[in-house]
Design a protein around this ligand. Structure first.
Ligand code: FAD
Length: 435
């Protein structure tokens, strides 16, 4: 017998229960495949594609060069390949996003052998955490409490007895990027030494001290279970705070699995009536980091230039788009999905909804970030904004957050809106949907 291991968002050999099942089903004879699905490929921007390509190269190396790459619709490619090798079963780790669920149903229907799902990209699979009445939680804090009590499996080792089978494979382009499970684990272990400081420093974009694990987590180069296991040996507020952030990732996935429409539509139905402006020049200014608000522009330029943005700044730029420019959050979410290296539908859409005030457990709509005070508070010496906005380099210290007060900065735009007025307008529109 042989088994087919279909890799998707689980690009690792260590701590991969689906792979262990494949090895046991195939008695060691396994063919590993990744299908480049044009639908998903076209929706990702270059940063995400590059990381994926580099990660697949690393995975293939770990398999002695035997990872098979095929392009096409998985509902055709997987059944064909399973037939080609006479697979007794196809193994996956479950996908809970709306497209992934639909795709897997189609593949299952077209297969002549069973599609076996083991595990998921989460410590606790979406839908598992319920309250005493058997209902899901709508709010994060009780979800988090239940999540902590739920317990998760221990990490498992990589299989040692695999005979990776060969088949015709498409070519992978060479990408100059560090990716893959060894790089992810090394990065995590090094970062973990400083986890105690996470609680104090995580909101400071100038210190840039968060873990950047969102990228390996996106592709399953490491599983959160491995990270939680390592964290269980650390006793500090930093480790506690980090566990909580991992739970946010799982809460977002849980919400999206239960409400697939939340990918692009508001969870709170009254927000269907919210008045937004048509996106135009202001959206373009936001995307290009030319709004005249330094913390917003630094974040948007960090995103455009590096494919990453600090979490605090993501919240500030998102609030600015929705509540200062009055543009629908879906346009911002789409831009993020094209430009972020860690772009992930569940984390992205549910965080956008949180900021826009229309999510399940949203920040109240009337709490509107002031982009200037946010900058002064979380980048107190202006180092972050000067790092990403060369036009502000001659403005020392916190002056960089209010260039208009200090004679301006050559080539840097004046603010495109008056924040106080924009805030009142946002509140008026909110009152209108509450009425
Ligand atoms: P750390 O601070 O080191 O956090 C550790 C891990 O916890 C992260 O890697 C991530 O997996 C998880 N995490 C932390 N904060 C959150 C959060 N608010 N929601 C869900 N998970 C979280 N994260 C993505 O992975 N992909 C996205 O597309 C994405 N889009 C976002 C859009 C907006 C508008 C906002 C406000 C946040 C978004 N986030 C997204 C969440 C968060 O900003 C990133 O996970 C984080 O900045 C990644 O950096 P890090 O790994 O250094 O984070």
């Amino acid at each position: 017998v042989t088994a087919l291991m279909w890799f998707r968002r689980d690009l690792r050999l260590t701590d991969n229960p689906a792979l262990l099942d494949a090895v046991s089903a195939g008695d060691g004879d396994v063919l590993g495949v990744f299908v480049v699905d044009p639908l998903l490929w076209e929706r990702s921007g270059d940063p995400r594609r590059d990381h994926l390509t580099a990660s697949l190269t690393a995975l293939s190396e770990a398999m002695g060069g035997r990872l098979v790459i095929r392009h096409g619709d998985p509902a055709q490619v997987i059944p064909e390949l399973a037939d080609e090798i006479g697979a007794a079963s196809v193994h996956i780790s479950a996908d809970y996003a709306p497209y992934g669920q639909r795709r897997d149903q189609e593949v299952e229907a077209a297969l002549k052998c069973p599609l076996v799902a083991t595990g998921s990209p989460y410590a606790i699979a979406p839908g598992r955490i319920q309250n005493q009445q058997g209902r899901p939680y709508q709010v994060f804090t009780p979800y988090f409490r239940a999540w902590l009590e739920h317990g998760w499996r221990k990490p498992v080792d990589a299989p040692t007895d695999v005979n990776w089978l060969e088949a015709k494979s498409d070519h992978l382009p060479k990408i100059d990027d560090t990716a893959g499970e060894n790089a992810a684990r090394e990065h995590w272990q090094t970062w973990l030494d400083d986890v105690a400081q996470y609680d104090d420093e995580r909101d400071r974009p100038d210190l840039d001290s968060t873990s950047r694990m969102s990228i390996p987590l996106k592709w399953g180069e490491i599983h959160p279970r491995t990270m939680l296991f390592d964290l269980s040996h650390k006793r500090s507020q930093g480790a506690e705070a980090y566990r909580r952030e991992l739970a946010w990732r799982e809460f977002c996935a849980d919400l999206l699995a239960r409400h697939p429409h939340a990918a692009w539509k508001p969870l709170r139905p009254e927000f269907d009536r919210m008045a937004y402006d048509e996106p135009g020049d202001q959206l373009e200014a936001w995307q290009q980091g030319r709004t005249g608000f330094p913390i917003v522009d630094a974040g948007m330029r960090q995103l455009k230039d590096s494919g990453f943005m600090h979490n605090r700044v993501r919240m500030v730029v998102a609030s600015f788009l929705v509540k200062d420019l009055h543009v629908h959050w879906k346009y911002g979410a789409r831009w993020f999905m094209q430009t972020l290296r860690d772009g992930d539908l569940a984390s992205n859409s549910l965080n956008w909804q949180w900021v826009a005030g229309c999510g399940a457990d949203a920040s109240p709509y009337f709490r509107i970030f002031n982009p200037i005070t946010q900058g002064l508070k979380f980048d107190p010496q202006g180092e972050y904004v000067r790092r990403w906005i060369p036009e502000l380099r001659d403005l020392p210290g916190k002056q960089a957050h209010e260039p208009w007060k200090h004679g301006g900065a050559d080539g840097y735009p004046a603010p495109i809106v008056d924040h106080a007025e924009a805030r009142l307008e946002a509140l008026r529109r909110y009152e209108a949907i509450r009425a």
